[in-house]
Design a protein around this ligand. Structure first.
Ligand SMILES: CC(C)(COP(=O)(O)OP(=O)(O)OC[C@H]1O[C@@H](n2cnc3c(N)ncnc32)[C@H](O)[C@@H]1OP(=O)(O)O)[C@@H](O)C(=O)NCCC(=O)NCCS
Length: 518
């Protein structure tokens, strides 16, 4: 272990002892990772110092927890994963010189040791900020990782109220809209700010339905795209074809367009996305492409283009309710992505392609089929308790449970459960049993975490009942969310300011001479 001495703090500079955290959160080497990870979370610290008596023998950080999670191993002790014999810093050292010597090693957290005894812990971030190593104009605001809870824009499109289990589009309860309105009505609401009257509804349908066709130049290359990547997720192919669609239609930078022109492009892309998805899906399965049906509403046409026959209206309505419930949901990652891209003045297709990329990630929209896979893995109601308990005790997650924002029932899950019941979905009774047991077991094994079924849990049950194949679950989600993304694009473009935040530099202190290339 090396203890950094360096310059002792003078009258004007601040010493490590003034900025360190203490009492220090500690662990012993024989404790389990799970116990210590829970302690770090509850104490809101990024590291624990591993001690034997008063002496630091190691340090375990958030980074180590990420490595442990990635290794997919379980039941280790702290001693197996900690950095043993860590470097430390003396409490009387001034912050600037502590930073300069320790940043070189890339450490983020360092125990503060006085006469062999651990007296605190200091993070590089604190040191750097206090030492004022960054120019003052870079020190604007420190925000939580992942921007959780940070307000970065104003919007009139909608909002999510996690504690109340409520979300809305414009001024209306989204669930009520899904229960009472068509998707086109809600699309109109998002774009225009008000629900349509009958004349506006007809006019909107007349405007949108002809846009469902794919321009010939794009259509002609779809077979080649589908066969070049026949096992690729349909969303990956959608990304490519939306880019081509925008380029072939000559989309201009949003910065150069009038609001009416940008709106027309938004309608065009939203109308074409379901057609592109169904065409790509069918081509990937060696089936002929089916043209849009001019008489069918949005969801019925979607199923028609996917399955090849006019669907049962009840099933089409089930899918439509799912689509309405997923059009928009606060400032989620893909929506934020679309707004960032639009803020640069880039064209609308670029914003949608970026948003599709963000949605494809498993932490965002990439996992709705996993809940259904879990039901398959459980198999029978008799198996449910043991399977669920084993999974949670092993430290694994129950798919379709928990939510970053909702700490009560997810209103989308409640609505989709009732849709699944109404459709008498084949898996609904089993799913309800699993939901009830999972909620009880999570409450027992993860007390206080407030884990309930989320939108994914019954979405799979509903889409399965409506004949949507699993690989089309996330694409179906994208086909409605594109309406939300483009509503945000229009809002951003109407009152634009480049979104360009800052980052704290935490690497070794500059400037270093550039080494000669070998
Ligand atoms: C959605 C999700 C990522 C939100 O996570 P989050 O808000 O970041 O919550 P955290 O990861 O901080 O978890 C908080 C605690 O609840 C537990 N938890 C959260 N979701 C859980 C789940 N589905 N099953 C079991 N435990 C869960 C965590 O293990 C953690 O427990 P701990 O305090 O003992 O460490 C998370 O609930 C999850 O992974 N769910 C399963 C996947 C899923 O359904 N995804 C679709 C989302 S719409």
């Amino acid at each position: 272990m090396t203890t950094t001495g360096g310059t002792t703090a003078g009258a004007t500079s601040r010493s490590v002892s003034e900025i360190m955290s203490h009492p220090v959160v500690t662990a012993t080497g024989d404790e389990t990772i799970a116990t210590v990870a829970a302690r770090m979370r509850s104490q809101r610290v990024g590291s624990v110092v591993v001690v034997e008596g008063d002496h630091a023998i190691g340090i375990l950080t958030e980074r180590d927890l990420v490595r442990i999670a990635a290794s997919m191993t379980s039941s280790e002790t702290v001693a197996e994963w900690m950095t043993a014999d860590p470097d430390s810093v003396s409490p009387d050292v001034d912050a600037t010189s502590a930073f300069a010597s320790l940043a070189e090693h890339g450490y983020r957290h360092i125990p503060v040791v006085d006469d062999g005894r651990v007296v605190g812990v200091v993070s590089m971030r604190d040191l750097m900020r206090i030492a004022q190593i960054q120019p003052a104009d870079n020190l604007a605001h420190d925000v939580p990782r992942g921007l959780e809870g940070v307000v970065v824009a104003e919007t009139s499109i909608g909002d999510v109220r996690g504690l109340e289990g409520f979300y809305h589009y414009r001024q209306y309860d989204a669930v009520e809209l899904a229960e009472t309105r068509s998707l086109e009505d809600v699309w109109y609401l998002l774009y225009e700010g008000a629900l349509p009257d009958p004349a506006e509804r007809r006019q909107f349908a007349d405007e949108v339905r002809p846009l469902r066709g794919i321009p010939d130049v794009v259509r002609s290359v779809l077979p080649a795209i589908a066969s070049a990547a026949e096992d690729a997720p349909p969303l990956d192919l959608l990304r490519t074809t939306v880019s081509l669609l925008g380029a072939s239609l000559g989309f201009q930078p949003s910065l150069d367009l009038a609001a009416t022109e940008l709106r027309a492009q938004a309608l065009q892309v939203c109308a074409a996305v379901p057609t592109l998805l169904c065409a790509l899906h069918r081509l990937q399965h060696g089936l002929p492409v089916i043209d849009p049906h001019p008489e069918l509403g949005y969801a019925a046409n979607y199923l028609y283009m996917m399955q090849g026959n006019v669907p049962d209206p009840e099933l089409a309505r089930g899918v439509e309710q799912y689509l309405i419930s997923t059009i928009d949901h606060g400032f989620n990652s893909s929506t934020f992505t679309a707004r960032v891209i639009t803020s640069t003045g880039a064209d609308l297709a670029a914003a949608v392609v970026g948003a599709i990329g963000a949605l494809s990630g498993p932490l965002h929209g990439g996992a709705p089929s996993r809940a259904l896979d879990m039901l398959d893995a459980i198999g029978t109601s008799e198996n449910a308790d043991a399977w669920l308990r084993d999974t949670v005790e092993r430290g694994d997650r129950l798919m379709g449970f928990g939510h970053r924002v909702y700490k009560t029932d997810d209103p989308r899950s409640v609505m989709l459960r009732s849709v699944a019941e109404r459709l008498q979905a084949p898996k609904v009774e089993f799913a309800k049993h699993v939901e009830e047991r999972a909620t009880a077991i999570l409450a027992e094994l993860k007390p206080g975490r407030k884990l309930y079924a989320n939108v994914e849990f019954y979405a799979g049950v509903v889409m399965d009942a409506c004949g949507v194949p699993r690989e089309m679950f996330t694409p179906t989600f994208a086909s409605s969310r594109v309406i939300g993304w483009t509503a945000h694009v229009l809002e951003q473009a109407a009152d634009n300011r480049l979104i360009r935040p800052s980052a704290h530099y935490v690497g070794p202190p500059p400037p270093q001479p550039v080494p000669q290339a070998e």
